[in-house]
Design a protein around this ligand. Structure first.
Ligand code: 3HC
Length: 718
């Protein structure tokens, strides 16, 4: 008997099987075995009439242990779920917190399901490039019908207890103590009706067989989405099979499909991405901040596009936020911008009018600095002008309570400049959101030279509370995210001068898996955005390599979607990018003007040239201690730049190509194009040591990587 990760006790003729594998009771080795053993023991014990399956702590079970994928398992989820369903004595699932993946599949195999109001149920396997493998694809349609099953399996979304009850996924919502409640139900079932075995239910099957359009609609939607993953197609095939095949053959098919997917490159990449994101918020040397340190009230200074988005991000997760603007007119505009964002959501039905009212009520417009002094965190989100920021941080220093986080959303200005404007530099850090801030998941937390570890920890936790992936970076030009992407942007512009066309490059990147090509993205954000920065850099650095093509287009008044012409041309009220002969002509003119030799590029060369430039830069960033680890760069690219998730992330993908190939090509381009391609010493070391890019980490200076070598600043933060 395995009594370490699963425990068993008898309470008044009910055997209680409790999963004990904190924090989320994942199906680690021993859990499935424990379930099988205790179900058997309860069945053989004459003093037990019924069984309750539950989870210790706040969760039922978050599914299979993702670290165990690809490894041999002694016992499958199919087997432990099968043992539950086959039990002669009723098994009641008592669910609190997360009940996901294999966790829900065990519950589906129970004869009765009870959940607390706080339970979250779902089958998120699709997000890992796999399908449920514990009978979920066969039991769920039999329990809730094919349409609801397809929705849950293909979206991977979680449902709350009320929705689960309405769907028929659970039988009851618990009142009072969950296990006591479930034990009472278990006793009742034991003395009465025959057991309801999900695999034998036929009512939905009979009804769904009459509606082939359900499966057809799912197939059409999947075809339209053009997912690079195999899992959605297999999931539809399996739900279709559940309507026609018996349970046994359906289970066999599920097993075969899962075995293939488990070993697929796409699933390995998605599993890597899961852990990259979990690791991203971790700061070596500090634990999670205490509850008392949480941001419960926030303020945003500056209500432009970014500031409004940040305020919405707070309001969306229930954190009250004050919006501070310099003038009543600007404040009015900011609140109008926020209202209009919410109205669009209501129109799209992703929000109800009541929810909109609640969220708007959480955003308080204020016009005096004194009004925000009691907030736990303030985020400055004004124009990128140093004098303005210095002035604001001086004012914040005066009004904010002593332990407040003083954060800046700057993407370009050195954090140390803002920190020096205060008498508490330890409390100052960057909280760099990506536009639109209420949508994009990346929140780059930037450490200045004096930022305390506590500040970093609390800011990181704040990002997580906003539903973001917080990733820590050091202060340098562009920080870690934009700095690592900048070489890609440079190369895409220079490729044009050598003979590639924007639509050719965009197609390569979309074929790779990006939802949009980089030139189409540039049209969306506006070509003019980076024009001034380039001019500033060129003025400051005589060796700066000018990017003639975008400069010329901006000078011609081609700003992108906002005025109908950019890299592409756009028809009125239509966002479809159309190749434009004017752009081809501008490119050809520049090539002639600067006497640049023209040639043709293969798709592979384009892809490698863009992404290797960034891999090389990412290695420099890590080597300089501006990012803790390579997987942080991957988390940033996945959540800030739309990098295709099924490729894991920039560094993970590059490992697939091979670090020696990256180095060889970087060296060749260095010989050809000069210093911008200087190979990173870290890249060379990884190759020399036969290592992996994804394992690269910042140098350790003593106990902590260089990024956080400074101790906490006493008296500034908790
Ligand atoms: N396997 C291994 N570790 C897991 C895990 C899992 N399924 N789920 C969570 N963890 C770990 C996390 O890595 C983290 O570890 P750390 O503290 O060392 O970083 C810890 O548990 C806590 O997780 P979170 O920080 O993510 O906690 P949250 O409260 O933010 O989120 C969660 C909890 C919603 C459960 C989230 O962790 C999650 O989505 N987990 C994955 C769930 C999942 O995909 N389950 C399906 C697995 S596939 C399956 O079941 C196959 C089946 O069909 C056979």
């Amino acid at each position: 008997m395995n009594d370490e990760v699963v425990s068993y006790e008898i309470r008044d003729r009910v055997g209680i099987i409790t999963l004990r594998n904190p924090p989320v009771n994942a199906l680690a080795p021993g859990v499935r075995e424990g379930i099988i053993d205790f179900v058997k023991a309860a069945n053989e014990d004459p003093v037990v009439d019924a069984i309750v399956l539950t989870g210790a702590g706040r969760n039922f079970m978050a599914g299979a242990d993702i670290r165990q994928f690809g490894k041999a398992r002694a016992v499958t989820t199919r087997a432990s779920a099968g043992a539950i369903e086959a039990s002669e004595k009723p098994v009641v699932a008592a669910m609190d917190g997360y009940c996901l993946g294999g966790g829900l599949e065990h519950a589906l195999a129970c004869h009765y399901r009870i959940a607390t109001p706080a339970a979250r149920l779902g089958l998120p396997e699709i997000k890992l490039g796999i399908i449920p493998a514990g009978g979920g694809t066969q039991r769920l349609p039999r329990l809730v019908g094919a349409e609801a099953a397809l929705d849950l399996i293909l979206s991977g979304r979680q449902v709350g207890a009320d929705e689960a009850l309405a769907l028929g996924l659970i039988d009851e919502i618990a009142a009072g103590d969950l296990v006591e409640f479930a034990a009472g139900v278990a006793r009742r079932i034991a003395s009465g009706r025959p057991l309801r075995r999900t695999s034998l239910l036929t009512a939905w099957q009979d009804a769904d067989r009459e509606k082939p359009e359900i499966i057809e609609a799912a197939r059409k939607t999947a075809a339209r989405r053009k997912s690079p993953l195999k899992a959605p197609g297999y999931a539809i095939e399996l739900v279709a099979a559940s309507l026609h095949a018996d349970f046994g053959p359906g289970l066999e098919l599920e097993h075969d499909r899962f075995s293939e997917l488990e070993h697929s490159d796409e699933s390995k990449a998605l599993r890597y991405a899961f852990f990259a994101e979990k690791t991203a918020g971790k700061i070596p040397g500090i634990a999670t901040p205490a509850a008392g340190d949480k941001v419960r009230r926030a303020a945003v200074v500056g209500g432009g596009t970014m500031g409004s988005g940040i305020a919405i991000a707070f309001a969306d997760v229930g954190i009250p936020v004050k919006m501070l603007e310099a003038t009543p007119e600007a404040l009015e505009r900011a609140m109008e911008r926020i209202r209009s964002t919410y109205e669009t959501r209501v129109q799209r039905k992703s929000l109800t009018p009541d929810q909109m009212r609640e969220r708007m009520a959480r955003i308080e417009p204020v016009s005096r600095y004194e009004s925000i002094g009691d907030c736990d965190a303030v985020i400055e989100a004004v124009f990128e002008r140093i004098d303005l920021k210095v002035d604001i941080f001086g004012k914040l220093d005066v009004v904010m309570k002593p332990d407040a986080l003083l954060l800046t959303n700057s993407s370009a200005i050195d954090i140390n400049v803002m920190a020096r404007a205060t008498k508490r530099p330890g409390s100052v850090a960057g909280a760099h959101f990506f536009a639109p801030a209420n949508v994009m998941k990346l929140c780059e937390i930037v450490a200045g030279d004096a930022t305390s570890i506590d500040t970093l920890g609390r800011a990181t936790a704040m990002g997580k509370a906003l539903g973001k992936i917080s990733v820590v970076a050091g202060s340098c030009d562009g920080f870690a995210a934009n700095r690592s992407r900048a070489p890609l942007v440079t190369e895409m512009m220079l490729l044009l001068e050598e003979g590639a066309l924007p639509w050719q490059i965009d197609k390569v990147m979309m074929d790779f898996g990006y939802p949009m090509g980089p030139f189409a993205v540039s049209d969306l954000s506006g070509l003019d955005v980076s024009y001034d920065t380039r001019k500033r850099r060129a003025a400051a650095d005589p060796t700066y390599r000018k990017l003639h093509v975008p400069d010329r287009l901006v000078e011609m008044g081609r700003y992108g979607q906002k005025n109908g012409t950019g890299w592409y041309r756009y028809e009125k009220n239509d966002r479809t990018p159309r190749p434009d002969a004017v752009v081809s002509q501008v490119i050809a003119d520049i090539a002639r003007e600067f006497d640049i030799p023209q040639r043709e590029f293969t798709d592979e060369e384009i892809l490698h040239r863009l992404l290797f430039a960034s891999v090389n830069e990412a290695c420099k960033i890590i080597d300089e201690g501006k990012s803790f680890r390579a997987s942080d760069i991957d988390a940033m690219w996945l959540n800030g730049f739309g990098f295709p998730r099924h490729r894991g992330g920039l560094m993970y993908w590059a490992d697939g190509v091979g670090a020696p190939v990256v180095l060889r090509e970087v060296q060749a381009w260095h010989d050809r194009y000069g210093k911008r391609w200087k190979p990173s010493p870290l890249l060379a070391r990884i190759v020399a040591q036969d290592g992996r890019l994804r394992d690269a980490a910042a140098p350790d200076t003593g106990t902590l990587p260089s990024l956080v070598r400074q101790p906490s600043t006493p008296g500034t933060t908790k």
